[in-house]
Structure formats: structure tokens, C-alpha cells
Write a protein that binds this ligand. Structure first.
Ligand code: GLP
Length: 241
């Protein structure tokens, strides 16, 4: 793991955007693994800026998002489809056909998980995976567990995750209780990983993921075994390091 502590959210976001931009510059047909949540928002903003100011070309890029809620249609403002379209996709020249998110409305969630995993493999795997981290150490929606779940799967969300994500919904009762998420192996097979952590509410999860033992109780801790991980941590999130 290469760990960088940066002074604020802006610096974290610029650094992350530059890593993504560099990846696309070197390999225009890169396969990107993308994350949602509040952490990568400003990174997307800077990627859009780089696209507009420097003509970064997304036309050959393929994207796979980490996860999606089960039961939210694409048009729902809280779906990750909506988030990605609103905050990133519609602002750059990505090819719609090369954009992938799990379908949270699929008739069979199991079949959707299998198909999603296969689609990633068919594209040759992920070149660069961007990750945030949950307060409980989750990555994607891989919640703390007794074992690491390997491939794309259906997740029952933990109460603390539901509470953490309730801020985006009118009422906590509206937060979906299930999601589809890439698995730990799916993420670990990415050639390069960038993990972003912002805010003091992430400090404990960051400490446990980076400094303590590898355990499925802190899913992000598995990244210690990955050969090419950059961790960018804003000072507040790095306070226990
Ligand atoms: C959600 C997402 C994760 C994200 C996490 C942290 O649960 N499934 O991919 O990393 O929340 O979100 P935030 O960046 O808003 O703190």
C-alpha cells in the first residue's frame, strides 16, 4: 500500500482525478471501476474539468460501478445510476454502451450478479478501481462479515450503513435494505486500486484497514494484500495513523 495523507478534500480529489486521467491518457480504452457516495463527488468534478479544459477523451473508456441498491429504478434520485449520470456520465464523452451498473430492478438478482461479474471478465477485468470506504470499513457494499464474499453478490445492508446513507433519503425507512455489490475478489483483481478517505468519521475505519490485521470484519483491510494500491487520506481521516 502506498499511503498519502493530504491536507484537505480538494487536494484528495485533485490527486484522485489526476490518477484517473493519467490512466486514461496511458490507456485510452481503460476499464474503470467507479464508486459513488459523497467522497468521490469532487473527483468527478475535477475529471469533468480536465475533460473540458484539456480534452481528456473518455470515448473508448469502459466503466463498471461497484454497486447499486436493490429495488430503486434508474430514475430514482437515490439510485447510483442517477448519481453517476447526474454527477459524471452526462458531462463527459463516455459511450453509453460502455457504461455498466448492476441493475437493482432485475427480476432475478442472482442472475444479474452472475451476468455483471461475467461482463467485467469479458472486458478483460478492471484496470483502475476507485474506492471509498464506509464508516464500518466496507468497500463497495461488502459489509463486515465472517468471510470475504468473492464475486458480485446480493448484500443485506447493515443497520449502521443504512443509518449512514439515510442522509440522502427523505426518511430512513426509504433506504433500501439490500444491494448488489462487486465482491472482494472482483475488486482485488483490479490491476490498480485507489482508495479515498475523507472526514474524521472515517478515521477509525482507515486506521483498522491500513494498520491492523486483515479481517473480513474490516473488508477494506484486504487491500493490504493488493500489489498496487494508492490510499489517499485527508488529514481528518488520517488522525489515528
Ligand atoms: C456507500 C457506498 C460505498 C461508499 C460508502 C462511503 O455505502 N456503497 O461505495 O464508499 O458509502 O460513502 P461516503 O463517501 O458518502 O462516505
Amino acid at each position: 500500500m502506498r499511503v498519502f495523507i493530504v491536507k484537505d478534500y480538494e487536494e484528495l480529489s485533485v490527486q484522485a482525478a489526476q490518477i484517473v486521467a493519467g490512466q486514461i491518457y496511458v490507456k485510452p480504452n481503460s476499464v474503470l471501476g467507479l464508486a459513488t457516495g459523497s467522497t468521490p463527488l469532487l473527483m468527478y468534478h475535477h475529471l469533468i474539468r480536465i475533460y473540458k479544459e484539456y480534452g481528456l477523451d473518455f470515448s473508448e473508456v469502459t466503466t463498471f460501478n461497484l454497486d447499486e441498491y436493490v429495488g430503486l429504478p434508474e430514475a430514482d434520485k437515490n439510485s447510483y445510476h442517477y448519481y453517476m449520470n447526474d454527477n459524471f456520465f452526462r458531462h463527459v464523452n463516455l459511450d453509453q454502451k460502455k457504461i455498466h451498473l448492476p441493475d437493482g430492478m432485475a427480476a432475478s438478482v442472482d442472475a444479474e450478479c452472475l451476468a455483471y461479474e461475467k461482463a467485467i471478465q469479458n472486458c478483460g477485468g478492471i484496470d483502475l478501481q476507485v474506492l471509498g470506504i464506509g464508516q464500518n470499513g466496507h468497500i463497495g457494499f461488502n459489509e463486515p462479515d465472517e468471510k470475504f464474499e468473492a464475486y458480485t453478490h446480493e448484500v443485506k445492508l447493515k443497520q449502521d450503513t443504512i443509518e449512514a446513507n439515510a442522509r440522502f433519503f427523505a426518511d430512513i425507512s426509504e433506504v433500501p435494505t439490500r444491494a448488489i455489490s462487486m465482491g472482494i475478489k472482483t475488486i482485488m483483481q483490479a490491476k490498480k486500486v485507489v482508495l479515498l478517505a475523507n472526514g474524521s468519521n472515517k478515521a477509525e475505519a482507515v486506521y483498522r484497514a491500513v494498520c491492523e490485521g486483515i479481517t473480513p470484519e474490516i473488508p477494506a483491510s484486504i487491500l493490504q494484500l493488493h500489489q498496487d494500491v494508492i490510499v489517499i487520506i485527508e488529514e481528518g481521516a488520517a488522525q489515528y495513523l
